[in-house]
Design a protein around this ligand. Structure first.
Ligand code: ZN
Length: 116
């Protein structure tokens, strides 16, 4: 059995108590691990893979493993800026409206803890 890591996410209006679980995948060259984001409304698992980016930072693809809160969206591209969290982006609907989202929070926590 592989190790699982957990971390609390910042409280947001949309979810006061959020957390992530991270399970690294070592036997797959494309997938870095499985990320589960727990919010007040749902728990959603994603496979996380890094993709190359020309921007100063790191890009990750989050592909949904289980049904989430937005059934229309199955995968998200999250950019974690080298300059800091204010440069992070995500292509989900929530980020478009609020400039924050659970995907950015989760990836920022993964990178901050050096799990990715
Ligand atoms: Zn997002």
């Amino acid at each position: 059995m592989s190790a699982t890591f957990t971390e609390v996410l910042p409280a947001r209006k949309s979810s006061k108590h959020s957390a992530i679980q991270w399970r690294p995948v070592t036997d797959d060259t494309h997938v870095a691990g499985v990320l589960t984001i727990h919010t007040d409304r749902a728990s959603v698992a994603y496979t996380v893979s890094e993709f190359p980016t020309d921007w100063p930072g790191r890009g990750f693809l989050l592909a949904k493993e289980t049904a989430g809160t937005d059934p229309e969206s199955e995968r998200y591209s999250v950019f974690c800026a080298a300059a800091g969290p204010w440069g992070d982006t995500c292509d989900c609907k929530g980020f478009t409206y609020k400039a924050t989202c659970k995907h950015v929070d989760a990836v920022r926590a993964l990178v901050g803890n050096a799990w990715l």
